[in-house]
Design a protein around this ligand. Structure first.
Ligand code: SF4
Ligand code: ZN
Length: 303
């Protein structure tokens, strides 16, 4: 199959666009998608400071690389969550990439800096590891972004992630989540930084191709806690649909954003936001969950 743009030999076929690209034209397509998404949803511009959430996986590494190459003012942020070898390996990958490419990187280690252990907390609070981990990540990314004067926090969520999340939310009619599902989550409080997803129209496969072409090192392993997650099943189901009918995932997301989402706007929870009495970050309770985690961990070490 020939490249649709230059007619040279195509090396990647994107069925949903009924198009093949050579390596060079794929990079042109990829860059245009990212730039279009940023512009269409007014995510940020070249003057803004953007904090990029980095896990070390292909999606976040691709995002960091493309934004830096396009001249955006980006800083990577990596959190060591204390997940055994997975955390050690991913930190190495991220630090070595930042060093080789002269990129700014902020690293937080929840055990060393705050004495937090997601496994202990999950047992004490009878909450899943992912739920504890998710709360810690959301808190730290926002806090670092707010304290550092960043205009946006960018994540590497791709089309497969977004379609799987949407399917999960539709299956149980999670109206509140459906109201919030968007490539841009605007700030609802002066201390909450806007969240953006510049890769939401690109698939996992396209991100993989991007990192391979650019020889970007990334961690191939998934977090061990992701195994068996419901979202993986939804991705498999959507892949099956995509095989039979290319373009399903993209139609699902774009038509939801254009036609479906507005019907859920009233379901947006009007939570009363306040500032945590310990750290001053935004919460709905007297003390935020992060400060409660820190207190609980310290009490537990003392006992
Ligand atoms: Fe945290 Fe791993 Fe769960 Fe993701 S899959 S929320 S990184 S524990
Ligand atoms: Zn707090």
């Amino acid at each position: 199959m020939k490249c649709v743009r230059c007619r040279k030999k195509g090396v990647i076929h994107l069925k949903r666009h009924n198009a093949a690209f050579c390596q060079e034209c794929f990079l042109y397509y990829y860059k245009n998608q990212v730039k279009k998404n940023i512009k269409r949803h007014r995510m940020f511009d070249k003057e803004d400071k953007v904090l990029v959430v980095i896990s070390g996986g292909k999606d976040s590494m691709a995002l960091w690389h493309i934004l830096a190459s396009e001249g955006y003012n980006v800083t990577g942020m990596y959190i060591n969550l204390g997940i055994g070898q997975y955390s050690d390996k991913s930190q190495q990958v991220v630090e070595s990439f930042a060093q080789k490419n002269g990129l700014e990187l902020i690293v937080k280690d929840i055990k060393k800096e705050y004495g937090l252990d997601i496994y202990k907390l999950s047992k004490l609070l009878k909450r899943s590891t992912c739920s504890v981990c998710g709360s810690i990540k959301r808190y730290l990314f926002n806090k670092v972004a707010y304290d550092g004067g960043f205009s946006a926090v960018a994540t590497g969520h791709n089309l497969d992630d977004e379609a799987a999340t949407l399917l999960g939310n539709v299956l149980s009619w999670e109206e509140g989540y459906l109201a919030r599902q968007s490539p841009v989550l605007e700030s609802t409080h002066p201390k909450l930084v806007k969240k953006v997803k510049p890769l939401y129209t690109l698939t996992e496969r396209e991100n993989l191709f991007y990192v391979l072409i650019n020889k970007i090192e990334f961690l191939h392993d998934e977090c061990p806690h992701a195994v068996g997650a419901r979202s993986i099943l939804y991705k498999e189901v959507l892949n099956r649909l995509e095989e039979e009918s290319p373009g399903t995932k993209q139609r699902f997301i774009t038509s939801f954003l254009e036609k479906g989402r507005r019907h859920f706007q009233d379901a947006q929870e009007k939570l009363e936001l306040r500032e945590c009495s310990i750290c001053g970050q935004v919460t709905t309770t007297e003390v935020c969950s992060f400060c409660r985690f820190v207190k609980l961990s310290n009490q537990n070490t003392e006992n």
